[in-house]
Design a protein around this ligand. Structure first.
Ligand code: SF4
Length: 301
């Protein structure tokens, strides 16, 4: 992160004066994604979802208090692990707006959409903040691809988890090494697995995980984006509320759950292990560059 955020230009006021859609209330299932004939649909996520709901200002105030406390308690020992999704962009905006000394980092799995990666320079130009990028160990990726093919994740849950292990969990371990706290965009509303997400929790690896948007609703997120003209991934306008790697993300359909577009072929918890207490896989320890990829339970090539 560039240290001198105090010299940045004042953040611009919102320039997006968009009409707000009809009542789209608290949702775990989101409205509108594909047309009745199945054609891909697009639409402004702000227009669809942004809404000032009762209690928003109180939720925002609690979020600011949680982040301020983290900045004061951990200082540069705190890191925002940003997925570059809309929730994380809101958090980045708050960090920049309040000039908290919290570093930013992200995982580039090698499988992200170009629209996702394009947010990294946008964060730099908009906020003057650097995003440290952590990538998987290339030897591990090459070994995995040679053994199992380029896109083996749909053949078994084990192969999918192995891919997430080497492309996400291993670099996450390096990202968090030496940090005392990390900040995520988890919200209780995102899935039943996340329904009990607290503001702060022990991550089981000796760090505090901070989830400042825990109690935010989907409408809150987009209301904030609209209010502050937060840069967001344009894929959100293509009915992708949760965006991960390109091969493992699709648009959702009418009435589907928030995370239905992630690993949709699986009957699983829709988690990659980054948030073990709200998913399935625990974080793995930092490994050397020649470490063996996570076990694949004998999955076939
Ligand atoms: S989300 Fe898909 S491509 Fe990305 S690491 Fe997991 S299995 Fe691999």
């Amino acid at each position: 992160m560039s240290a001198d955020v105090s010299s940045q230009e004042p953040l611009p006021a919102s320039t997006r004066e968009q009409p707000v859609s009809a009542d789209l209330g608290a949702v775990s299932a989101l409205p509108g994604a594909t047309s009745s004939i199945g054609a891909p649909a697009t639409g402004s996520a702000i227009q669809l979802y942004a809404r000032a709901t009762p209690g928003f200002e109180d939720r925002l105030a609690r979020t600011i208090a949680v982040l301020r406390e983290a900045a004061e308690e951990f200082g540069i020992g705190a890191l925002q692990s940003t997925s570059l999704g809309v929730e994380d962009m809101v958090i980045t905006d708050l960090i920049a707006r309040h000039h908290w000394p919290i570093a930013l980092a992200t995982l580039d799995t090698g499988m992200l959409h170009e629209e996702t990666l394009a947010l990294i320079p946008r964060i730099q130009s908009r906020y003057g903040l650097d995003v440290e990028v952590f990538q998987p160990v290339q030897e591990q990726v090459l070994h995995f691809v040679r053994t199992h093919g380029e896109l083996p994740m749909r053949r078994s849950v084990e192969l999918r988890k192995a891919c997430c292990g080497l492309r996400k969990l291993e670099p996450l371990s390096r990202m968090l090494a030496g940090r005392r706290a990390w900040i995520t965009g988890l919200r209780r509303e995102q899935s039943s697995n996340r329904a009990d997400v607290p503001f702060r929790e022990d991550d089981g690896q000796g760090r505090i995980k901070i989830n400042p948007l825990a109690e935010w609703r989907w409408a809150d997120v987009w209301h904030y984006v609209q209010q502050h003209d937060v840069p967001v991934n344009p894929l959100h306008d293509q009915f992708m509320p949760s965006i991960g790697c390109a091969p493992c993300t699709r648009a959702i359909a009418v009435g589907e759950d928030f995370r239905a577009g992630r690993w949709w072929w699986e009957d699983s918890a829709k988690e990659c292990g980054l948030h073990a207490s709200h998913g399935e896989l625990p974080p793995i320890e930092p490994s050397a560059s020649n470490a063996t990829p996570p076990a694949t339970s004998g999955a076939q090539a």
